[in-house]
Design a protein around this ligand. Structure first.
Ligand SMILES: Nc1ncnc2c1ncn2[C@@H]1O[C@H](COP(=O)(O)OP(=O)(O)OP(=O)(O)O)[C@@H](O)[C@H]1O
Length: 260
């Protein structure tokens, strides 16, 4: 996992490699990445390729998941899609506005109360106080946290904070939501709460596309589609059931090999 920085979704810069072509030209994809490459330079001056010819397309309005072994480049790809990192090469279209939700909600949930936190990113949008109230209420309702409106954030569980962070992105009316391993450190109850809240948000908010990074295969039951990545490349993408079977077959064949 790359070190996260504390950036509110509203502060995301634009990546340089983005043609800004309109949605019609991008067909029906909210995310369209072609042949992306990205490298870092080690302390010894060696070039370390992280993404290699990486291509994926996520249809508009769908909830997709991104899976793959540790270190294959999922977080790096997500950060590129969010505009937090710039690819070295390739073509990239991501519908705007887009928001990034961090693995650690403490990097994102920064205001003293739930209501203030969800309203935080709306300051720049020139809304009336009533419009802000309505947006905050609707976003919290979508993630099942409306009754926590007045609660101090320090009293929330990790999963509840993740739902508040997601509500903050929804309140800003983002079109693309990029979510980085929100459930990795949650217990089963919080995990189910967060993933169900996310699915409900997708079902009740029109026109949002989401890409959710996870290691947990069971979460695929909530997704419309999925992408499987290995060693900096997308090796398979498709409907959630077929990707789940593809990964399970891979795991079975790996287990069989070590049992030989
Ligand atoms: N700034 C950096 N300097 C050196 N190596 C890096 C840097 N950023 C990423 N990497 C390496 O690139 C690879 C991909 O990292 P990334 O965090 O994107 O993987 P990931 O699939 O999200 O991993 P995980 O599932 O463990 O979170 C890893 O081997 C990581 O160590």
């Amino acid at each position: 996992m790359i070190q996260s920085v504390c950036v509110r979704a509203s502060a995301l810069p634009l990546p340089p490699i983005d043609s800004h072509r309109n949605a019609a030209m991008a067909n029906s994809f909210a995310i369209d990445a072609q042949n992306l490459s990205y490298s870092v330079v080690s302390k010894q001056g060696k070039i370390l390729p992280i993404l290699k010819d990486c291509s994926l397309q996520v249809p508009s309005g769908q909830f997709w998941m991104l899976l793959g072994p540790n270190g294959c480049g999922k977080s790096t790809l997500l950060k590129i899609l969010a505009g937090l990192l710039s690819p070295d090469d390739g073509f990239l279209y991501v519908e705007r506005p887009r928001s990034f939700v961090y693995q650690n909600p403490d990097h994102q949930v920064v205001m003293p109360t739930v209501e203030a936190d969800v309203a935080f990113g709306l300051g720049k949008l020139n809304l009336t106080p009533n419009e802000i109230k309505t947006r905050v209420a609707k976003a919290l309702d979508a993630v099942g946290m409306y009754e926590y409106l007045k609660k101090p954030v320090h009293t929330l569980s990790g999963g509840q904070k993740q739902r508040v962070a997601t509500a903050g992105a929804l309140a800003e009316a983002c079109k693309v939501l990029l979510l980085d391993e929100l459930t990795t450190f949650l217990d089963e109850t919080d995990q189910i709460g967060v993933i169900k809240a996310m699915r409900n948000s997708m079902d009740t908010s029109q026109g949002i596309t989401a890409l959710w990074v996870t290691h947990r295969l069971e979460e695929l039951e909530f997704a419309d589609g999925a992408v499987y990545m290995e060693d900096g490349r997308i090796v398979r993408q498709g409907d959630a059931t077929s990707i789940r079977k593809f990964i399970e077959d891979k795991l079975t064949s790996y287990v069989n090999q070590i049992n030989l």
